[in-house]
Design a protein around this ligand. Structure first.
Ligand SMILES: *Cc1c(COP(=O)(O)O)cnc(C)c1O
Length: 299
């Protein structure tokens, strides 16, 4: 199988920015690894693709919304590895497709639109099976949640040294975070920032991907969702703009903007002890910012 090979991933130091709080912050720039398969998504996908290959499947099917990083990354990864890709998209087909779905079509993914109620049940529309053989099709769960996703994300741990006291990342399904928990040493505290509102099952979902001895050996913060998944506020946008001015780090409105905001707050309220060495995982997702009116963000 064709591989997206990643030699190194840049670690960017925020230098003296948080010196008044006696903490050091570095950022693992997964947002820079690939123009399309950015961030954590390649890591989460790769073991699924290996499994599909071992099982002799020809088609990869997955689910997502109109601006989904996961759908786009799946389309790009399948294009690279010569799988046919099938995307089940939440909601009716819009008159104008999102920029994400336009990209996905260029990558030769076949799209099927489903109304929200059948999407919620992850029903595969019948017409898919008129065009593709079910036994030749490998289904990747929504958001890449699952053990294979977790073991792929575990490899992110190879790209930073074990000197950090805290490793922080944004959580959607929690799959990436679970991989990082598995990769952690005893000295690392893992903090996940949930971007969903009332996602009370997140801790359980993460635990299900972990061996017993690692279960609950992490912290999830639930108060930084800004109103819910993909919801934005003026405060979030203005934070993202001023953070960019200060650091040159671009963030996305769904995941990393909220996560960087959370880290900034946690440091400023002294939630992280003096002398902490913090690593923030920048999981990418910048393409989703194209859903905003032009000029909203300064980057
Ligand atoms: C998908 C995504 C996440 C969430 O990853 P999970 O493994 O589902 O928790 C975080 N950040 C970005 C940018 C993403 O696209």
């Amino acid at each position: 199988m064709q591989q997206l090979i990643i030699d190194t991933i840049r670690i960017y130091s925020l230098k003296n920015m948080y010196q008044p709080y006696n903490v050091e912050v570095d950022i693992l720039r997964l947002d820079e690894i690939h123009p399309v398969i950015s961030g954590n998504k390649w890591f989460k996908l790769k073991e699924y693709l290996h499994e599909a290959e071992r099982e002799g499947k020809k088609n990869i099917l997955t689910f997502g919304g109109a601006w989904s990083n996961h759908i786009l990354a799946t389309a790009a990864a399948c294009n690279l590895t010569n799988f046919n890709s099938i995307g089940i998209v939440r909601g009716e087909k819009a008159q104008n497709l999102s920029a994400t779905l336009e990209d996905v079509l260029k990558l030769k993914m076949k799209l099927f639109f489903t109304e929200r109620s059948s999407y919620a049940q992850k029903k595969v529309p019948e017409e898919v099976w008129h065009q593709y053989k079910q036994e030749e099709t490998y289904i990747i769960p929504e958001g890449g949640y699952g053990l294979a996703g977790c073991s792929g994300a575990y490899d992110i741990g190879n790209y930073y040294s074990k000197k950090y006291s805290h490793v922080i990342t944004a959580c959607g399904t929690g799959t990436t975070f679970a991989g990082l928990v598995k990769a952690a040493t005893n000295n690392e505290k893992l903090i996940g920032i949930s971007v969903l509102k009332n996602h009370l099952g997140l801790t359980t979902d993460i635990n299900q991907l972990l061996p017993l001895y690692l279960q609950n050996q992490f912290t999830i913060m639930n108060d930084f969702h800004f109103g819910g998944y993909a919801k934005i506020t003026k405060e979030l946008i203005s934070f993202m703009n001023s953070y960019y001015l200060q650091t040159s780090i671009p963030t996305d409105i769904v995941y990393t903007g909220k996560m960087f905001y959370a880290v900034d707050q946690l440091i400023k309220i002294n939630h992280l002890p003096a002398n902490s060495q913090i690593l923030i995982i920048h999981t990418g997702g910048l393409q989703g910012n194209r859903s905003l009116p032009k000029g909203t963000l300064i980057f």
